[in-house]
Design a protein around this ligand. Sequence first.
Ligand code: PRP
Length: 244
Amino acid sequence: MTTETNGNGIHIGNGKHYGLNGNHGEYPNVTVVNSRSVNYLLTKLRNKDTEAKDFMVYGDRLMRILAEEALCRLPNVQTGEVETPCGNARGLLDKWKLDICLVSVVRSGDILQEAVRQIVPGVKVGKILIQRDETSIEKLPKLFYKKFPKDIADCFVMLVDPMMATSGSAKMAIQVLAKANVRPENIMFLNLICAPEGLKALTDEYPQVQVVTGAIDDCLDENRFIVPGLGDYGDRYYGTEGSI
Ligand code: PRP
């Protein structure tokens, strides 16, 4: 299979998708970021007694780590060598300049989006407002709004949303990106917690999309909430639990 790129590593023709270091065994394009700090901060967030102001602090710390882990897995980051003041060292380098567009699934995605933007100031940002319809049995996603930079099809897209339950929202976001001519192999989905049901559905439909996540939890409950999860990220972060 041939790989055609536009010179910036963005796939424009038929090609193989990017591989990731530290792949999850069952899913070749899924990376679970596993470190002591991720475990520690995620456990703080999972605790139902963590109040909103602490949730924000721990959450922002964790989003920053996830953002760094995602950025060093972009396709332009590859093994290379640098000269140190005392010799040569091998490591991971930016091999070429990659045009990135961050796309946030409003509202919880905005929190992760800001963590990436702190590291990559000036990065292009697109927005998709998709909300789960909690009144429907299947918790179907509803699209309300989208706005993308005009050259998004030439960018590598980092789609960000901390929570993936059924994956209805993430799949709808990818469909909306596809209508804007973004190819699945040029998308990385950055996420904090996913349910195995949602991850399977997403990877079955879009095996080319790279997924970087902090945890694959146990299952969905009868309301399609992630178990054990942490509740609703946006509500806990913004203090809007029981909102109207
Ligand atoms: C949450 C979450 C995802 C979606 C996940 O958002 O941030 O977007 O639900 O569920 P799914 O995988 O079953 O589609 P929500 O609609 O609650 O909006 P919020 O970010 O404003 O809390």
